[in-house]
Ligand binder design. Structure first.
Ligand code: UD1
Length: 427
């Protein structure tokens, strides 16, 4: 069992480079299926969710060639298989993007139902309703979602709730449908814009991505492209908070500062200094940090995927802060782990109250999910003593070489193999 072992207390200083965005990559990889020519993807993050996406493509019959460590050439033009391998798809929730991509290309798709998840109930009803508007029917048999259509045509999709996944899937299915599709109440996250930019670079006609109304005029042919994936705003935000939590001075490079606005604004409120440059942000502290309240909401609001990390920072300041989680039902599982490290946090439904005590103590803990794992790394870096984090495969789903990158700015973190049973079982 691999664990991260962190000796806390080092002040982080220096430059850290952010990789391509996980949540863009996991949609763009299936989107290559829609292309009628080979594509080259650059700035692809080296994370396990990407490896799974590439393996799915390869098992379906695409040729996937690694050109250098972050560049892939993918030829999916001979692929004629609309069934996504069950065992692979089960491993990654975002495999639901193969539904939209295969439906758009082959007019049918078969993908295993995305399983349960530590974040709570994760339905795909809105994805399926969007496909219906475009003329597809669906059935779910033995955990397999089947969608098909004789003829996909443009339609008017209105989402009752803002959903990143449903917006992306609607775009994927509509891009080659006949006529005009309008998506209202669309999600506006940077990865939505990135998917649209990728498809437009192949000749798609998508307008309005990044606003809540997206218009897609279907096209018959998509040519090949060379496309560089946008930097990961959540990875960047995680390192910004790690810098703040250790009283450090870090230049976070390869970012789009505009994508970080809600994170930057909140950190400034807490007393963190942030200077923005064209493609980097300098983050440092020179005074005691102060409590604040955080409410998560869809972009451009404060991202739910940064909630565990900022909560961890707020355990390190003095006084009470309130966190309200508005996206996921069950995103406080990490609280139990932070309590092992001395945090005083109470949770009632979607609200957590953090009584900041100004410090944390190292302890054996367990990563319950991807962002919870990132939060525990921040906690370990700032804590007194040694923190051992198990179940780090969650972290490796979404952060490229996190230990190596953090060592580059002065962290004492190592990945070690420990034989034997888990030490913590709370989440
Ligand atoms: C994506 C991100 C995830 C992030 C989340 C919110 C990827 C791969 N994952 O997840 O990291 O936490 O956005 O920013 O990009 N919902 C429904 N029905 C649906 C779909 C969603 O009710 O058909 C609800 C969900 O239960 C949730 C809310 O809508 O309460 C938002 O979910 P959504 O934006 O779809 O999240 P994901 O795309 O799965």
């Amino acid at each position: 069992m691999d664990k991260f072992v962190i000796k806390g207390g080092n002040r982080l200083t220096g430059d850290i480079f952010v990789s391509g965005a996980k949540n863009a990559a996991v949609a763009i990889i299936p989107a290559v299926i829609l292309s009628d020519e080979p594509c080259v993807l650059e700035n692809v993050p080296k994370i396990s969710d990407v490896s799974i996406g590439m393996k799915i493509l390869a098992e379906m019959g695409a040729s996937v060639e690694l050109i250098d460590s972050t560049t892939f050439r993918i030829d999916a033009t001979h692929l004629n298989n609309s069934a996504v391998p069950y065992e692979m798809a089960r491993k990654m929730r975002a495999s639901y993007y193969f539904l939209g991509a295969c439906l758009g290309k082959f007019r049918k798709a078969m993908v295993s139902m995305p399983g349960g998840c530590p974040l709570g109930d994760r339905p795909i009803d809105m994805h399926l309703k969007a496909f219906e508007v475009l003329g597809a029917t669906h059935s779910i048999d033995n955990g397999i979602v089947n969608v098909e259509s004789d003829h996909l045509y443009g339609g008017h999709i209105y989402f009752e709730k803002v959903s990143v996944g449903a917006t992306m899937n609607a775009i994927l299915a509509a891009v080659k449908a006949d006529g005009l599709t309008i998506i209202e109440n669309a999600a506006r996250e940077p990865h939505i814009v990135d998917l649209a930019n990728f498809l437009n670079s192949m000749g798609a006609d998508i307008m309005g991505a990044g606003t809540d109304v997206i218009k897609i005029r279907g096209v018959g042919y998509l040519r090949g492209t060379t496309y560089s994936i946008v930097p990961d705003q959540i990875e960047a935000g995680t390192y910004m908070i790690a810098a703040a939590a250790t009283g450090g001075d870090v230049m976070v490079r390869n970012v789009i500062p505009k994508h970080l606005e809600s994170i930057t604004a909140k950190l400034r409120k807490i007393g963190v200094n942030i200077e923005e440059f064209d493609d980097s942000v300098r983050v440092w502290t020179d005074k005691p940090l102060v409590k604040t309240n955080v409410k998560t909401s869809p972009h451009p609001g404060f991202p739910t995927d940064m909630q565990p990390q900022i909560a961890t920072l707020l355990t390190l300041v003095h006084g009470p802060s309130i966190i309200t989680e508005n996206i996921w039902d069950s995103r406080f599982a990490y609280v139990e782990e932070l309590r092992r490290m001395g945090a005083n946090i109470s949770v009632d439904g979607k609200v957590a109250v953090i009584e900041g005590l100004g410090s944390l103590k190292g302890a054996p803990v367990k990563a319950c999910d991807l962002r919870a794992g990132a939060a525990l790394i921040i906690a370990g870096l700032a804590a007194e003593g040694v923190t051992e984090i198990e179940d780090i495969y969650h972290i490796e789903r979404g952060y490229e070489d996190m230990d190596k990158k953090l060592r580059g700015i002065g962290a004492d973190i190592e990945k070690r193999y420990f034989p034997g049973e888990p030490v913590a079982k709370s989440c």
